[in-house]
Design a protein around this ligand. Sequence first.
Ligand code: PLP
Length: 375
Amino acid sequence: MDRLRPPRPDLEDLVPYDAKDIDAEVYLHANENPSDLPGEVLDKISERIRSVGFNRYPDPLANDLRALIAEANGLEAGNVLVGNGGDELIFDLLLAWGGPGRTMLDLPPTFTMYAIDAKVTGTQVVSIPRRAGFSVDEEAVLDRVGEGDIDVVVVSHPNNPTGTLTPETFLIDLLRATDALVLVDEAYFEFSRHTMRPHMERHPNLVILRTFSKAFSLAGLRVGYLLANADVVRELTKVRQPFSVDRFSQMVARMVFRERAAFESQISDLIRQRDVLVDGLSQFDPVTVFPSEANFVLFRVPMASAVWRDLLHEHGVLIRDFSRAEGLEDCLRVTVGLPEQNARFLRAMEEILSARSAADHFGVAATASRHDKGE
Ligand SMILES: *Cc1c(COP(=O)(O)O)cnc(C)c1O
């Protein structure tokens, strides 16, 4: 036949997640760790590469890794599920708790994968926009879950891309107010140092998501995990792809998790560098900086896309442009990098903004002189 049957019509207006693959000299766009794994860990990986067993299927549940994660969190292995990045686990949660006839409560602006996965799984989305300053509209959320038809609530904590941490007291109120599955996405937990883990015993509807992609330098491998009630984990094993976490990734993730103490000082450095970025950006008059509890900083600047373009094309610095996203008009997000990368970004910002303010003055002067001449 010379025709193609159309795909699902409800996917027509879905825009694919846009992880821009752009060449740059400094990459501060994807919230990755700016450093690769420590040399000792890389050495150990190369020593073990011959015993991975590439010809064998992986352990579907990554039992050795989940046992390590469970123990570190004071839980049983049955409370842990490992996925192909946190992204896969978000998708699994929506397969099992969302779907046709079911509803997810979203708190935008936030991580866009929640809404994309909802759409793909046929889950209806109810959005309660964050207030100015990006705090959650707590009353509106509690009222809305009180209606009883919400099946899943997603809270990015701290929130990507705004950096906002939601008050623990509110999260507890939310867990009390609903039997919906509440996903607290702690992808940036190692930077915020805040977790809802202590509330798991009392609230069977609490699911915590973590990842190896941010603090632990493993964005390239795809390993994430969730902590949840054993019944939730069991349900998710029905919908997940059985071999989604390969043998090599399981081996490396085990090694990194055992060595996680070695990342501590680097994480502290990144937190200090986050303050350097916040302070540096605050010095620029046209810029509004939002406080962050993660390894990135969101800021607002007039004509943001032009700033984004100049950073990339004139200074080789790639950051993330959110200026066309709803609720994030004129907002850009910069990931905390190494000290020299952050300094280079701030210098570039200074050049771009001062060139612009000079041009503005010139523009004003030109207009004034035209007026003087009565034009
Ligand atoms: C990065 C991120 C994740 C998970 O990323 P993976 O690389 O798939 O583990 C999940 N949630 C948020 C909010 C993130 O920013």
